[in-house]
Design a protein. Sequence first.
Length: 71
Amino acid sequence: MAEKQVELEIEGMSCGGCASRLQGKLAGLPYVARAEVDFEAKRARLVLREDGDMGALLEEVRKAGFTGRET
């Protein structure tokens, strides 16, 4: 199964707790193999499984209260 690495720029995080909460949410998605959210860099680095969908991923970021865009 092929995996794809993606990096998102995340807007709207105000603390490390925000990053931790978003990381947990993203890591729990069935098509995310690995998630790392960096508050200082305002970035999320993800490894998506073959069935990963960027539209769905960005929608999950929005539902969590943040704005994401692929870099």
